[in-house]
Ligand binder design. Structure first.
Ligand SMILES: Nc1ncnc2c1ncn2[C@@H]1O[C@H](COP(=O)(O)OP(=O)(O)OP(=O)(O)O)[C@@H](O)[C@H]1O
Length: 172
């Protein structure tokens, strides 16, 4: 892993069929072979990674996220989050598109790799591990537990204990 704690990647999604139909135009381009994007004719912005409209889910995962999964197993904490205006591709990048076309997103790939890597460690070092998952949605100031359908509307609270561990209202 690099020494830098925060890395920023930008992903430019392709125009959607309806956008093509309405003659929308691309206004953001990745400068080939670089991690920079050009906005309009002459405004250049630099990032740690820049993915253009043809970048695959695998490319995004391998260069930006996989190294974090590996460092997780060495005891580090890691966070990946997507930020962008509505329709820019956050859900596609995280949750994926057509699974049959190998368009699984970051969540699928992380889940797969965590178990693969744990299995490897188990075989090589006899490591024992337990994995916990939570899946919360924060929408308009409301927090919902997406894994607990019965209580999906129950009001939850994020809390922090004296050791700095965070969890939702059910744990603490
Ligand atoms: N890299 C991509 N390749 C192909 N299609 C994409 C890509 N990124 C996004 N899309 C498509 O663009 C549309 C909008 O993407 P998405 O729903 O992921 O946006 P979003 O940022 O999550 O929006 P919102 O904030 O409104 O939930 C979807 O139809 C999605 O399938």
């Amino acid at each position: 892993m690099s020494e830098v704690c925060v890395r920023v990647a930008v992903r430019v999604r392709p125009l959607l069929p309806k956008e093509v139909l309405h003659h929308h135009e691309v206004c953001v381009r990745v400068v080939p072979g670089s991690a920079r994007v050009m906005l309009g004719p002459d405004r250049l912005f630099a990032f740690d990674h820049a993915f253009g409209p043809t970048a695959s889910q695998d490319e995004v995962y391998e260069s930006g996220v996989r190294p974090l999964v590996e460092s997780l197993l060495d005891g580090y904490n890691a966070t990946v989050f997507c930020y962008g205006q509505t329709g820019s591709g956050k859900t596609y990048t995280l949750g994926g598109g057509n699974q049959g076309l190998n368009e699984g997103g970051i969540v699928d790939r992380v889940a797969q790799d965590v178990f693969l890597l744990l299995e490897k460690r188990k075989r090589s070092d006899g490591v024992k591990a337990s994995v916990q998952v939570s899946y919360l949605e924060l929408h308009r100031e409301e927090l919902r537990d997406l894994l607990e359908l019965q209580t999906v509307h129950k009001e939850l609270h994020i809390r922090e204990d004296e050791k700095g561990n965070t969890g939702n209202g059910k744990i603490f």
